[in-house]
Design a protein around this ligand. Structure first.
Ligand code: FAD
Length: 453
């Protein structure tokens, strides 16, 4: 990139030290956990921005976008960079807009809505909310690092989704201010249903600048694990807890053996050869849960209070997409899929997959509530990777037997599972980023030439 561009940006930012150009820094800020996918690994490793800017307020973001628009330079927003589809990897270089320093928690309203800047870390929000009698409705297993803006921009749900659904459900995201890439850029408030135009659009149609994020009433939680002889026994027990509204829970997870063998730091909760169940349960229901697990043939292997993000061991570090990380640490040939099984037919779907793929697919279930209020067996199965053809065959076969797949091995929104069929994210991109400068290449249905001048 032209040195003049860096110099121009330095004039817009109060402290020029926040305009970054060192190659190692640019490489780090251009990458996320894309390497989770053996397919994306080769495609994205060499991609890099030309310059990174650490904005600290809305005025600086507006100035950077105005400058980028004038010079037709791509801009890719970045929170903490924990996305696992290469969501914040700049495919066409340009500017990485690092928002991690816009991290203020402005307020928690008496109704339990957090008002914050996008770079606020979820763990900080969880800690502060619990002090005020609230807690996050849901968080990704990357709680410690991930930002609120990055979660809304690229995440979907996580711990808590069994009660509150996903980010897109039940007014969990109340509103946000979006900075557009129009000429000139503007700050636009999106509230209610209008949040869905921007939510989970990977920063392709606006930059989230101020967020109203609904919280839930804080609960005293206990982390609970139990080992079962077989996967099906573990699954059926967990499903019975997951779907029954009498249980107050934040997490209901099942791991088929040998997945628990990958969890070396907590091997005391694992039993050799057995499936493992991990539940976050209201402490007031712990003894009832213990009785239920033992009656179902389980051995309770751990029960310990959750005291916030610093709890040790923090068992959510083994759930959701962290499970994949532990599997890859144990054997780099492992990768994953993101699936939704049918509540009624899942056991037949498990059987069909096992019959066709054997232990190439290992079951890891995360129960979650869908938008209709039904608790379903979501899943992030661990998959042994051999070839791209074999992986695509597995995805196609899953879909043919009614298993939903959000493909985590593509780098664009349309096939990655959360793209809206009503195209409102695309319409918002046409409106707010007609020149296609925000995170280009990630919304492939956008056609610059289709936007009227
Ligand atoms: C080990 C592991 C476990 C994970 N577990 C989960 C999980 O349980 N649930 C889940 O949903 N995800 C999960 N993820 C994915 C990821 O961690 C989450 O999506 C996380 O919330 C991303 O936050 P971040 O701050 O790192 O965002 P980033 O990776 O920085 O950004 C994510 C996307 O949002 C865009 N973006 C960032 N900030 C803004 C902004 N202010 N405005 C507009 N767009 C923006 C970026 O351009 C990018 O496209 C996991 C990933 C890993 C590696």
């Amino acid at each position: 990139m032209h040195d003049g561009i860096r110099a121009g940006l330095s004039e817009l930012i109060a402290d020029p030290a926040r305009v970054l150009a060192a190659p190692a820094v640019l490489d780090r800020l251009s990458h996320d956990f894309y390497w989770y996918s053996p397919i994306l690994r080769g495609k994205l490793a060499s991609k890099c921005c030309d310059v990174a800017v650490q904005a600290v307020n809305v005025e600086e973001v507006l100035a950077v976008l105005r400058f980028a628009g004038r010079h037709e330079i791509p801009v890719t927003a970045r929170g903490a960079g924990t996305g696992n589809y290469g969501q914040c990897v700049p495919l066409e270089g340009g500017i990485v807009l690092d928002l991690s320093q816009m991290d203020k928690l402005e307020e928690i309203t008496p109704e339990g809505v957090a008002v914050c800047q996008p770079g606020l870390r979820l763990a900080v929000l969880e800690t502060e909310a619990r002090k005020a009698g609230w807690e996050l409705r849901m968080y990704p297993s990357t709680l410690a690092k991930a930002s609120v803006g990055g979660f809304l921009g690229g995440g979907s749900g996580g711990i808590g989704s069994i009660t509150y659904g996903q980010l897109r459900d039940f007014d969990n995201v109340r509103a946000f201010e979006v900075i557009t890439m129009e000429d000139p850029p503007r700050v636009v408030l999106h509230e209610g249903a209008a949040v869905h135009e921007i939510l989970h659009a990977w920063g392709t149609n606006g930059i989230l600048a101020r967020i109203w994020f609904a919280l839930g009433r804080a609960v005293g939680w206990t982390q609970f694990t139990a080992a079962f002889e077989t996967y099906l026994e573990a699954f059926r027990f967990t499903q019975s807890i997951a779907v029954d509204g009498i249980w107050t829970k934040r997490l209901a997870t099942v791991f088929e053996w040998p997945i628990p063998s990958f969890f070396t730091p907590v091997k005391q909760v694992v039993r050799d050869g057995k499936a493992l169940v991990l539940i976050m349960i209201a402490t007031s229901q712990l003894e009832l849960l213990r009785v239920a697990a033992e009656a179902a043939g389980g051995e309770v292997t751990f029960a310990g209070k959750y005291e916030g993000p610093r709890t040790q061991p923090l068992l959510s570090d083994y759930t959701w997409n962290h499970t994949t990380l532990w599997a890859m640490k144990a054997d780099s040939a492992y990768t994953y899929l993101q699936c939704g099984f049918s509540p009624a037919d899942c056991e037949e779907q498990f059987r069909l997959l096992r019959e066709r793929y054997g232990n190439e697919i290992l079951f890891h279930i995360e129960f979650m509530k869908n938008g209709q209020g039904v608790v379903i067996p979501g899943a992030i199965p661990v998959v042994r990777f051999t070839t791209e053809e074999r992986l695509n065959d597995m995805i196609a076969y899953c879909r043919s037997i009614g298993v939903f797949v959000a493909n985590p091995h593509v780098n664009y929104l349309e096939d990655a599972g959360r793209f809206r069929a009503d195209n409102i994210q695309l319409r918002a991109k046409e409106r707010y980023d007609p020149r296609g400068l925000l995170n280009p290449g990630k919304m492939i249905s956008f056609r610059r030439e289709a936007v009227a001048p």
